[in-house]
Design a protein around this ligand. Sequence first.
Ligand code: PMP
Length: 280
Amino acid sequence: RYAYVNGRFHRHSEAAIHIEDRGFQFADAVYEVWSVRNGQLLDADGHFQRLQRSLGELRIPSPRTRAALEQIIAELLRRNRVRNGLVYLQVSRGQARRDHAFPRTATTPTIVLTCKRLDFAAADARAEAGIAVITVPDQRWARCDIKTVNLLPNVLAKQAAQEAGATEAWLVDADGHVTEGSSTNAWIVTKAGKLVTRPADNHILHGITRARIFQCSQLLDLEIEERPFTPAEACDAREAFLTSATSFVTPVVSIDHHTIANGRPGSLATALRQAYLDQS
Ligand code: PMP
């Protein structure tokens, strides 16, 4: 296996960054994840645009043009023989002697790219069964719209989900509303058949898949209400589901061990998953 670090491909086991890297020391870094299906990046534009925005918000200079990144990604996929899986890209502010403020002299951003195979058939099976989620307090900062590697609260939330026998944790803010999942956006369907998801403000990541669901819902003639919802409303909803680049649309069939509707994936979530994959 191979990884790309700062201009070169290395054996994955030997690829390394400096101990004074600000990504390592301060989580002063952003990342992106693309799904790869049949050798193609899904939602390439959306993820490249969000990468630019994340870098801009943290004032990290863009280390490569999009065209250069696309070439590197194609070569990475070729070397690793990945046709179905994901690409991970991380850019940190670079290396400097440890000091919280930005280094006085400009650093060269550190860029790392890896990829791995994913078994989309297993993901399909998971979507057909539906998944369980639990809720945990949202303990993150107020700039969750920037895709930084500052993911410790997300890590703890996902671990809590796994220990509870669930697949994902939905994060609940101080007002008692669901913000999003630890690595997914959260949705419900009301009894009247409307899709509900939280507005894309600074408390959630503006999911690229979330944005695509807005397009798919138009094709299916579904209405979306962007507003916060509570775990209680979700438990009582007709359907629930989550979205992300690697899970597409995945139906949720229980929340905190409470079964949603008849405990089977909802028809709208299933139709949206199909519409998303058909359009990709
Ligand atoms: N929220 C969080 C916290 C995430 O980490 C992710 C996955 N990157 C998402 C939502 C879903 O975003 P996307 O559809 O762009 O993968």
